[in-house]
Ligand binder design. Sequence first.
Ligand SMILES: [Zn+2]
Ligand SMILES: [Zn+2]
Length: 182
Amino acid sequence: MDNEMSSTLKCAKCEQEFNKKELTIINENPYCHQCTMEFANEFIKIKSEQLSKKTKKTAVIKNKNWKNVLICLFFICMGLNAILIPQMINSLKGNKVIRKGVIKTDKQTDNCIKNLWQISRMLQEGKLPPGNLVCPVSKKVYLVKEDGENIIVFCPTPSRHGQGKFKQIKVSRSSPIPEVIE
Ligand SMILES: [Zn+2]
Ligand SMILES: [Zn+2]
């Protein structure tokens, strides 16, 4: 209904119009792919500076070069659909849940999405979701589907979220930001 009225939304940062599906919600504001990446890169810079400070304490290293190497490494990781986005989310305080798309979600669905973030990190580390991680609504384990190189993990009971409007709640190795599909 209301998603037919406007299928596009402005990115909160660059203010360009994008299809809702292409946007990522961070702290309840929609961001386009590019701005999400910029956000992530900012975060990575801070992280890598923290890291290089730590290494300075433990070892004597040609400091400036080392920092650049770290930043480069982090950027390469980003290009490979990094482990870092889930890490970034873990470090964001509060209950705001980041996901793809701008569909409104309730608390239970947000909890399910939080589980998918945990799973996302495991997928990036080459692990499969543990059997004890269940959808908060149905208490059923997450469904794992292998698709060639990719692994997709689904909420087993999406129809029990969002008053039956949701068709899929999923995350995958190649697409590490959880997604809700109506
Ligand atoms: Zn933008
Ligand atoms: Zn669920």
